[in-house]
Ligand binder design. Sequence first.
Ligand code: MN
Length: 227
Amino acid sequence: MAEYVFPPPPVPAAAVRGGGLYPVSRIFCVGRNYAAHAREMGGDDREPPFFFTKPASALTPSGAAIPYPPGTDDYHYEMELVLALGAPAHAVSAPDAEAAIWGYACGLDMTRRDLQAALREKKQPWDLSKAFEQSAVLGEIAPAAAVGHPRSAAITLAVNGETRQKADIADMIWSASEIIAALSRYYHLGPGDLIYTGTPAGVGAVRAGDRLEGAIAGVGAVAATIG
Ligand code: MN
């Protein structure tokens, strides 16, 4: 058997509440899934869900110190509910989609907002603004077997102890099941796939030294410090 020409990178993985590691295959993200955030980004709240991705290598554990990234002067937090899939899902209906959810977590979709705005203006791909190192912060995954399937829960994000985002996951335009159903029309989703489900209103810029603390009631928490 041929040998690797250099040691392969480690498998990205997330901590599971109660022990164990969840190996990550792909990271999908939903844009504009709360009406108030869609409006603050200049859209309306009736658009179908749209998706972008981050490399699995962007995964960063909660509690990490994240260096301020290069290429931006407007580095933003986005607090989000994250779905962790544990079963195949392709062309599934929304009612059937929930069975594919293995667990839930709190995540930060870190964003170079100035690049996102410039790329959007030029109708170019978002990768430079979304798919960069340490841009997918993730807290412990709470197994659905332990916490059930939350449909309503407070979602909050504080910067240096001051609340900046405060909403309820019930305010999502597209529910977890509807998101999986929509995405499964284009992919053979499966175990190891994470889906960041979009952020509420109140996104904003961070500076070096800032402490981010997010939480979703009954799901967990996520934190990061900007280096
Ligand atoms: Mn987001």
